[in-house]
Design a protein around this ligand. Structure first.
Ligand code: ATP
Length: 340
């Protein structure tokens, strides 16, 4: 294990902001910590970096307890949300900063800076002024600067937070490819689930300073641990349910659930793809109350005529009914999950 947190706890203002967190990161792994604002993500990073002392518990790097080890001796790189480039230095000066701190001679520094700028897709940019860079370019410079001292663990706090969506989507793919190529071990935090799912080998979802779920993106997507995680991932079809065998009583009527589902009172998720439109008179009678074009499909909001919470459905473009239309709804057991 490259990094281990053991019951790591940080109390601020009388309450635990990080609450007995156990987390391990193995070498070459890319782990993304995901959670709403205030869930303790930054505090977690700062604790590992040595910028925030623990109230109790331990942080270990390569098995060594880091208590009392100052930030600059931990061998971890940290890239903050707002990249904090030095405005008075040019691009090369920014990237070389850590190397200079490590006492690397000038000639060698220049070679490394050139290589790093090529790596992040900014070849030949060393003499450019930081002020003249776009947001995406600044992000790349900040990344090159964080990578320069070859940290054994690279930590990113909202690495793509301030960029526009299309740039973010492009950079996230580049980052994943880059980390894979370099074998970099990464601990990143973000509040954007798309970003986390695209970047990570493993996703850790935080809630109120605790880990709500940890797993591969596919595992977390397929089986959210509870209603909080499901809602945080953007799933809206979550209702109370009473499960007996392979059926559940819900506000939408009796729904089929997979074999082996937890029994008794709980909550149930139906992913939008599992809400199938059928003819009027079949299944659950609903009215289409909203319709949003999503590029690959249409997202429908459906109001059951007999009352109960509304439903989100994902519908192929050609088949999407208009707002105000009546439809029947059936539920696909393969897209239904009884939550813990
Ligand atoms: N110095 C402090 N004193 C008291 N409370 C603090 C202090 N610093 C942070 N907090 C609280 O700790 C909680 C966790 O903060 P943290 O920045 O770790 O969350 P976060 O998940 O990174 O949020 P965001 O996504 O908004 O950056 C917040 O509720 C915050 O208000």
């Amino acid at each position: 294990m490259l990094l281990s947190l053991e019951e790591a706890t940080v109390r601020l203002g009388g309450r635990p902001v990080l609450d007995t967190v156990d987390l391990g990161v193995t070498e070459h792994e890319v782990v993304c910590v995901l959670g709403p604002s205030g869930s303790g993500k930054s505090t977690l990073l700062r604790s590992v970096a040595g910028l925030q002392p623990l109230s109790s518990g331990r942080v270990l790097l390569d098995g060594r307890d880091q208590a009392g080890v100052p930030a600059h001796r931990r061998g971890v790189g940290l890239m903050f949300q707002d990249h904090q480039l030095f405005p008075q230095r040019d691009v090369g000066g920014n990237v070389a900063f850590g190397l200079r701190m490590h006492g690397m001679p000038k000639g060698q520094r220049e070679i490394q800076v050139r290589e790093l700028l090529e790596l992040v897709g900014l070849p030949g940019a060393a003499r450019r002024a930081v002020a003249g860079l776009s947001g995406g370019e600044q992000q790349r410079v900040a990344l090159a600067r964080a990578l320069a001292p070859r940290p054994r663990l690279l930590m990113l706090d909202e690495p793509l937070g301030q960029l526009d969506r299309s740039l973010r989507e492009r950079l996230v793919v580049e980052l994943r490819e880059l980390f894979g190529r370099l074998g970099t071990t990464v601990l990143a935090v973000t509040h954007d689930q798309g970003e986390a799912f695209a970047l990570a080998d493993r996703v850790v979802v935080m809630r109120d300073g605790r880990i709500a779920q940890s797993g591969t993106p596919l595992e977390v997507w397929r089986r959210p641990a509870d209603a909080f995680v499901a809602r945080f991932l953007g799933f809206e079809n979550v209702v109370p349910a009473s499960v007996t065998g392979v059926a559940a009583d819900t506000p939408w009527g009796k729904l089929p659930v997979p074999e082996g589902s937890p029994q008794g009172a709980g909550e149930l998720l139906v992913r939008p793809a599992g809400v199938r439109l059928v003819g009027v008179g079949e299944g659950l009678a609903c009215t289409v109350t909203a319709r949003t074009f999503k590029g690959t499909h249409v997202a429908l909001r459906l109001q059951p005529r007999g009352g109960g919470p509304h439903l989100e459905a994902a519908c192929p473009l050609r088949e999407a009914p208009e707002t105000g239309a009546e439809t029947g709804v059936e539920f696909d057991v393969a897209e239904t999950v009884v939550l813990g």
